[in-house]
Design a protein around this ligand. Structure first.
Ligand code: NAP
Length: 287
């Protein structure tokens, strides 16, 4: 079976490596080809265009930034003609209705579609330990399961297309809320001269603790947000997607809109490509 990976950025590259180590024949394409070149050394075939990759593959794995990129790449006049009989696995973080629209379009072209967004970042992608939240038909999911198991031990079929995307946004809303909540408390503790160690001791022993606090504490204390696994601009994108999806329901969104403003300020101040924990710098500015 030939698998094309379209988008070999931070997450797409380790996914392609996982497929290579599972002995699949892998074709790769990236808008900026230099990022895909290291995969050739691992045995991947580098395609010059997305259309070439789609034409040659049985299964297409998409790990692109957002729905705009997906539409540009997958439904260009050159590429869409090759979707007949192909299976598309969409793994980026997009909004449920966006995913449903992609499903419709792929089916219109005679292909099959499943969404499989992931929780976890580059280290988990490299080890094949991502949490996969799939949405689609049971039959397509079952067909894709061996491939999905290269990325995570226990891929979950959440429900029909859209529900995997919704579950993923629910998780990423928690990343934004937990991180900004922690950053604000850490800021007050430091401003009041309370020992950070004592603060963390109480927090770790309480029901309020989340492991992500310890993962981000050191970066926040050192104000070092370089070499991100997950950049601030992507968290901002996901918060916006959550707001878009949630605004179709009677849900209170004012708290999350405040968080969106913090992330937007971080982007305006040049932190778009830093680790998302850089939101600490927006909340507790160095004086
Ligand atoms: P990334 O490193 O920025 O990669 C984005 C990819 O999309 C690159 O291959 C980029 O190509 C391509 N792209 C963007 N716009 C394009 C366009 N108009 N046409 C063609 N290609 C385009 O981001 P990433 O971290 O791998 O994230 C990919 C997706 O996974 C996002 O939806 C993100 O939210 C999600 N995700 C990320 C993480 C994480 O920890 N990083 C975890 C879970 C989910 P170029 O290289 O040419 O720019």
């Amino acid at each position: 079976m030939k698998i094309a990976v379209l988008g070999t950025g931070l997450m797409g590259a380790p996914l392609a490596m996982r497929l290579l180590s599972s002995d699949y024949e892998v074709l790769v394409w990236n808008r900026t080809p230099e990022k895909a070149e290291p995969l050739v050394a691992g045995g991947a075939e580098l395609c010059e265009t997305a259309a070439q990759a789609v034409a040659a593959a049985d299964v297409i794995v998409l790990m692109l930034s957002d729905v705009r990129a997906i539409v540009e790449v997958l439904f260009s006049d050159e590429t869409r003609q090759y979707l007949q009989g192909k299976t598309v696995i969409q793994m980026g973080t997009i909004e449920p209705n966006e995913s449903r629209a992609l499903n419709e379009e792929v089916e219109k072209q005679g292909g099959r579609y499943i969404e499989a967004p992931v929780l976890g970042s580059i280290p988990e992608a490299k080890k094949g330990e991502l949490l996969l939240m799939a949405g689609g038909d049971t039959e397509v999911f079952t067909q894709c399961l061996p491939i999905l198991r290269s990325f995570g031990h226990d891929p979950m079929l959440v429900g029909p297309v859209g529900q995997g995307a919704a579950m993923k946004l629910a998780m990423n809303q928690l990343i934004a809320s937990l991180t900004t909540g922690f950053a604000l408390s850490l800021g007050l503790v430091r401003r009041e001269g309370v020992s950070v160690e004592s603060f963390m001791d109480v927090l770790r022993n309480s029901a309020l603790y989340a492991p992500t606090f310890d993962k981000k504490l050191d970066r926040m204390l050192r104000r070092d947000f370089s070499q991100p696994n997950f950049p601030l601009k992507h968290l901002d994108k996901d918060v916006k997607l959550f707001l878009k999806a949630a605004s179709q329901h009677p849900l209170g969104l004012s708290g999350l809109k405040g968080i969106e403003q913090l992330l937007e300020r971080g982007i305006l101040e040049g932190m778009a490509d830093e680790d998302y924990s850089a939101v600490y710098d927006v909340i507790d500015r160095e004086t």
